[in-house]
Design a protein around this ligand. Structure first.
Ligand SMILES: Nc1ncnc2c1ncn2[C@@H]1O[C@H](COP(=O)(O)OP(=O)(O)OP(=O)(O)O)[C@@H](O)[C@H]1O
Ligand SMILES: [Mg+2]
Length: 289
């Protein structure tokens, strides 16, 4: 997804014309954010996604290539890419205006077997649409059958899918990385501790519930720990913080870290991402770490 970030006085103003003090054109999208951060942290990542055919395609393509993200499973289609306009006010208030490409009927893509892979990370946005939800669920089932570890980063609007279509989803992942809003949407509980507890009851083995500047709540059968966020005095744009956290957590876990150390690595990765405008522009600062 391409991001157009506009800094204005008042993000919520509906004036017919508004002065833009700064603008940034960047690359984002939850799955691409995870992929670029993960690759920068040394993982060998293949992105499973789609790319359109318009004037931002070269930028999106070059970005994945710069971070060394594999694109074997990125399907090209004719038509526009997904774009998000992010309007940021002086007070930090933001307004997102997203164009997500209309869903089309597509055949299954992704690896037939999982040779060479040991982890599948799923961005919850795929569960906001019927076709992509079905495809993602089939990939999860196949990955599970192949003994692959699965992590899921929920999206704000995927709760109806879990509730009405596929209550078994959460019990079929190994790690869940909700933010506080998503945990509340999935459980109906606004208290983060109680929401995390309920997610364990729903079958999730390990929950890392991210709470923005307040850090992370880690819950598992024998785990109940609160970690602070890594200090970041230069917060520019928190978009992508959760994706970076997930990438750091997964990278560290694959290297043998326990959940607490993995979460710590996640908060460090997130701190790097929020220091730059863009969903994963800060991933350059993760390279070689
Ligand atoms: N303002 C902040 N200061 C320091 N750390 C932060 C801040 N915001 C986020 N983080 C770090 O990033 C992690 C994930 O943030 P958050 O809970 O906002 O995720 P998220 O809502 O999923 O983000 P996104 O959807 O934009 O990727 C937090 O646990 C924390 O470590
Ligand atoms: Mg998130």
């Amino acid at each position: 997804m391409a991001e157009v970030c506009l800094v204005v006085d008042d993000a919520m103003s509906v004036a017919p014309d508004a002065e833009v003090h700064q603008y940034f054109l960047s690359c984002g999208g939850s799955a691409a954010n995870f992929a670029c951060c993960g690759s920068a942290l040394g993982m060998n990542v293949e992105l499973m996604s789609q790319m359109g055919d318009d004037s931002v395609t070269p930028m999106l393509s070059a970005d994945l290539s710069d971070f060394g993200v594999g694109v074997r499973f990125v399907r090209r289609h004719s038509g526009p890419n997904s774009v998000c306009v992010i309007v940021i006010g002086e007070d930090g208030e933001r307004r997102f205006m997203s164009h997500r490409r209309p869903e089309t009927a597509e055949e299954q893509h992704g690896p037939e077997n999982f040779d060479g892979f040991d982890w599948v990370h799923v961005s919850g946005f795929v569960f906001q649409r019927e076709g992509s939800a079905q495809r993602a669920w089939r990939i999860i089932e196949r990955a599970r059958a192949n003994g692959i570890t699965i992590s899921l980063d929920p999206s704000p609007l995927m709760a109806p899918y879990v509730k009405n279509v596929n209550p078994a989803l959460l019990a079929n992942v190994d790690y869940l990385f909700p933010n506080a809003f998503e945990a509340a949407a999935l459980t109906g509980l606004t208290d983060p501790d109680r929401a995390a507890e309920r997610l364990l009851d729903m079958g999730v083995p390990l929950v890392a519930l991210t709470r923005g500047a307040d850090g992370v709540l880690l819950r598992g059968p024998n785990l109940d720990q609160q970690l602070p966020a890594a200090p970041q005095p230069r917060v520019q744009d928190s978009t992508g913080a959760g994706d970076a956290f997930a990438a750091g957590f997964v990278a560290a876990t694959r290297q043998g870290a326990d959940p607490v150390d993995a979460a710590r690595t996640g908060t460090l990765a997130a701190a790097a991402i929020i220091a730059r405008v863009g969903g994963h522009s800060g991933a350059v600062d993760l390279q070689g770490r």
